[in-house]
Ligand binder design. Structure first.
Ligand SMILES: *[C@@H]1O[C@H](CO)[C@@H](O)[C@H](O)[C@H]1NC(C)=O
Ligand SMILES: *[C@@H]1O[C@H](CO)[C@@H](O)[C@H](O)[C@H]1NC(C)=O
Length: 583
C-alpha cells in the first residue's frame, strides 16, 4: 500500500469508528423489559413481591406477538387490564424465572488452594475451606437459547460462565465482580476470572460500556468502574500479556465512556477542573423496582418525576443504592425523593478512575506504546490536581464528595471518603496517617464489628447500621499502605473485627450475607428496598482476602473483653483440677 492509501484506509477506519459510536442505539428500547404499557400495568398490579421477578422472566414466544396480544387485551378492557387478567396473561406468555441459567461448577475449582495453609486458626481455616466451596454454588452458565433468541430474554447473553453475587442477584454485577475475582484468584481460579473478564470486554465492545448488571434493563447505567483493575489483578496472577495486548483498546474504550458520558466541570478559586460523577440521563422508573419508583414519584409534582427517576438510576449506578450520601440537602435529608446523585462529585468514583488511568498508562508502557502511556499519565496527573483542589480537606485529613449545587463538600463520614488511599491516588504519603486521625476524630474505630457505611440511620441500606465488605476492604488496604506500624496495626484490627463478625454470623446461620448490621453485635443487615440476600460474592471475596493477608494472626475467638472471662474460667478450672491432684 502507498502512503496515500494508508491514509485513506486510516480515515475510513476512523470514520467507521465514529459511525459505530454514533450508531449505538439508546440503551434498552424493549417495550417489555424497559418501558411501555405492558411493563407498567404488570408492575403496578404487583403480581410479585419483588418487581425484579417479572422483568427476569423470559418470553414464551416472540416479543411482537406478546405485545400484539397485550394490545388486544387492553382493547377488551378499555386499556386498563384487571389484575386477574394480567396474571393469566403473564402465565400464558412468560416463563418462570431462573430457567435461562444453568448451575455451573467451575472447571478450575480446587479443593485446597494454597492460601488456606496460611491460616493458623483451625476454625477459621475450616471456614475458609467452606467459603471456597461456595464458588461452586454461585457458578452460572447461560443456556444456548439466549444466543439463538436474545429478544425473548432480559438476560444479556455472555459466552463464558461466571460467578454471581447470590440471592435475588442471579446475573452478574459489575463492581461486585471485582471482589469476587480477588477471591477467585486466591482460590486459584484464574480461568474463571479470565472468562468473566472476556464477558465484560465483550459488553464494552457491544454497548460501549459495562451495564450495572447482566440484564437489558440495566443497560442505561453502569456501576463503579473497576474493569481495568480486574485486568491488572488477572495479569498479576497469570502474566498473560497477550490477553492484555488483545484487549487494551477495549479497556481504553470503557474509560472513554466515563469521559464522554460522565464528566463534569467544577469551578473553584478561578480555576476549572474536570472530574466525574454518576449520571444517568434517562427518565422512567427502574424496571426492576418499577412500582416503588412510580409510587415515590407520586409524592412529587408531575414536572419533577422524570428528574427523580434519573437521579434514582444514577444512585443505582454508584453502587450505593441508596444512601444519605445522595440525599443530603438542607431540607428533608431523610427522604428518598430528595435524591440528587448527579449533583455530587463522588470521591470513590474519581479515585477508581484515577487508578484506572494509572494502570492503563502502565499497561501501555509495558506494550511499548509510549504516547498512549503518556496520555493516561497526564490524565491521572490532572485528576490528582483536581481531587486535591476540590475533594481534599486538609483540616479534616480526608477527601469528601463535592456538592456542585451548593458549592461545598459534604463533610459527613463515609468509608468512600478514603478510597484514594486504597486506589493509590495521592502524591503526599503523609495523607495515610492523616486519614487514621480522621477515622479517630470521626469515632469510627469505636465500632467493634465492622466499619459502618455512614453515621446516619436513614433506613437506607447504604447507611448506618449496615456495613459492607467492599467498604471494609477500602479502609483496611488503604491504611495498610502506611509506613507506620501503628497505622498498619489498626488496619489489621479492622480486618480482625470484620472477620469475626462474618465468622460469628456464619457460625449461627451457615450463611454469608451481602451486608451486616453492626449495631447489635453483628447480624445480617437490613433496610432498603429488598430483604437481605445470601451468598454472597463480594463478602466471600473480601473474607478470603483478609484471611490470606492476615491469616497468621487472625483468630476466631471472642474479642479481648471476653478473653478476660475465658481466662478467669480457665484459672478456675485449673484451680479445681489442682485441688483434686494428690500432692
Ligand atoms: C374507557 O375509559 C375512558 C377513560 O380512560 C372512559 O372515559 C370511558 O368511559 C371508558 N369506556 C367504557 C366503555 O368504559
Ligand atoms: C453515551 O453518550 C453517547 C454520545 O452522546 C450516546 O450515544 C450513548 O448512548 C451514551 N451511553 C449511554 C449508556 O447512555
Amino acid at each position: 500500500m502507498t502512503r496515500r492509501t494508508w491514509e485513506l484506509y486510516l480515515l475510513l477506519l476512523l470514520g467507521l469508528g465514529l459511525m459505530s459510536q454514533e450508531a449505538l442505539p439508546p440503551p434498552c428500547e424493549s417495550q417489555i423489559y424497559c418501558q411501555g404499557e405492558l411493563l407498567h400495568q404488570v408492575q403496578m398490579a404487583k403480581l410479585y413481591q419483588d418487581d425484579k421477578q417479572f422483568v427476569d422472566m423470559s418470553l414464551a414466544t416472540a416479543p411482537d406477538q406478546v405485545l400484539q396480544r397485550f394490545r388486544e387485551l387492553m382493547e377488551v378492557h378499555n386499556r386498563s387490564v384487571p389484575r386477574q387478567q394480567l396474571q393469566e396473561f403473564v402465565q400464558q406468555h412468560f416463563q418462570d424465572v431462573g430457567l435461562e441459567l444453568e448451575p455451573w461448577t467451575p472447571g478450575d475449582w480446587k479443593e485446597s488452594p494454597k492460601f488456606l495453609q496460611k491460616i493458623s486458626d483451625a476454625k477459621l481455616r475450616v471456614w475458609a475451606e467452606e467459603l471456597n466451596q461456595i464458588w461452586k454454588k454461585l457458578g452460572k452458565k447461560m443456556k444456548p437459547e439466549i444466543l439463538s433468541h436474545p429478544e425473548r430474554f432480559s438476560l444479556i447473553y455472555s459466552e463464558h460462565p461466571f460467578i454471581v453475587p447470590g440471592g435475588r442477584f442471579v446475573e452478574f454485577y459489575y463492581w461486585d465482580s471485582y471482589w469476587v475475582m480477588e477471591g477467585l484468584l486466591l482460590s486459584e481460579m484464574a480461568e474463571t476470572v479470565k472468562g468473566m473478564l472476556q464477558n465484560f470486554l465483550n459488553l464494552v465492545k457491544t454497548y460501549g460500556h459495562i451495564p450495572n448488571g447482566g440484564r437489558v434493563y440495566y443497560l442505561q447505567r453502569s456501576q463503579p468502574p473497576l474493569l481495568t483493575l480486574m485486568m491488572d489483578r488477572y495479569l498479576t496472577h497469570t502474566n498473560d500479556i497477550s490477553f492484555l495486548e488483545e484487549n487494551i483498546e477495549t479497556l481504553a474504550l470503557e474509560l472513554n465512556f466515563w469521559t464522554v458520558n460522565r464528566t463534569i466541570s467544577v469551578n473553584s478559586g478561578g480555576e476549572t477542573y474536570v472530574l466525574n460523577r454518576y449520571y444517568v440521563p434517562y427518565g422512567g422508573p427502574r424496571p426492576e423496582s418499577y412500582s416503588k419508583d412510580e409510587e415515590l414519584a407520586d409524592t412529587l409534582p408531575e414536572g419533577d418525576r422524570e428528574a427523580l427517576w434519573a437521579e434514582l438510576k444514577a444512585g443505582a449506578e454508584s453502587g450505593w443504592d441508596f444512601s444519605s450520601r445522595w440525599l443530603v440537602r438542607d431540607q428533608n435529608p431523610d427522604l428518598l425523593s430528595s435524591i440528587r446523585t448527579s449533583k455530587l462529585v463522588p470521591v470513590d468514583l474519581n479515585a477508581f478512575l484515577c487508578q484506572a488511568e494509572e494502570l492503563l498508562s502502565n499497561f501501555y508502557s509495558r506494550l511499548g506504546k509510549d504516547s498512549q502511556a503518556t496520555k493516561y499519565r497526564n490524565l491521572r496527573a490532572q485528576r490528582l490536581a483536581a481531587m486535591k483542589a476540590i475533594l481534599w480537606d486538609e483540616q479534616k485529613g480526608a477527601w469528601f464528595d463535592y456538592d456542585i449545587e451548593n458549592g461545598k463538600k459534604n463533610l459527613e463520614f463515609y468509608p468512600s471518603n478514603l478510597t484514594p488511599l486504597w486506589a493509590g491516588c495521592f502524591s503526599d504519603p503523609g495523607v495515610v496517617d492523616k486519614a487514621l486521625q480522621y477515622l479517630e476524630d470521626s469515632k469510627i474505630l469505636t465500632y467493634q464489628h465492622g466499619i459502618p457505611t455512614s453515621l446516619s440511620n436513614t433506613g437506607q441500606q447504604w447507611d448506618f447500621p449496615n456495613a459492607w465488605a467492599p467498604l471494609q476492604d477500602l479502609i483496611v488496604r488503604g491504611l495498610a499502605k502506611s509506613a507506620s506500624p501503628g497505622t498498619q496495626e489498626v488496619a489489621f484490627q479492622l480486618a480482625q473485627n470484620w472477620i469475626r463478625t462474618n465468622f460469628d454470623v456464619y457460625t449461627q446461620k451457615s450463611v454469608m450475607y451481602e451486608k451486616y448490621d453492626i449495631s447489635d453485635g453483628g447480624q445480617p443487615g437490613g433496610g432498603g428496598e429488598y430483604e437481605v440476600q445470601e451468598g454472597f460474592g463480594w463478602t466471600n471475596g473480601v473474607a478470603l482476602m483478609f484471611l490470606d493477608r492476615y491469616g497468621d494472626r487472625l483468630t476466631s475467638g471472642s474479642p479481648p473483653s471476653h478473653l478476660v472471662s475465658h481466662c478467669l474460667v480457665a484459672t478456675f478450672l485449673l484451680n479445681i483440677l489442682l485441688g483434686f491432684l494428690p500432692w
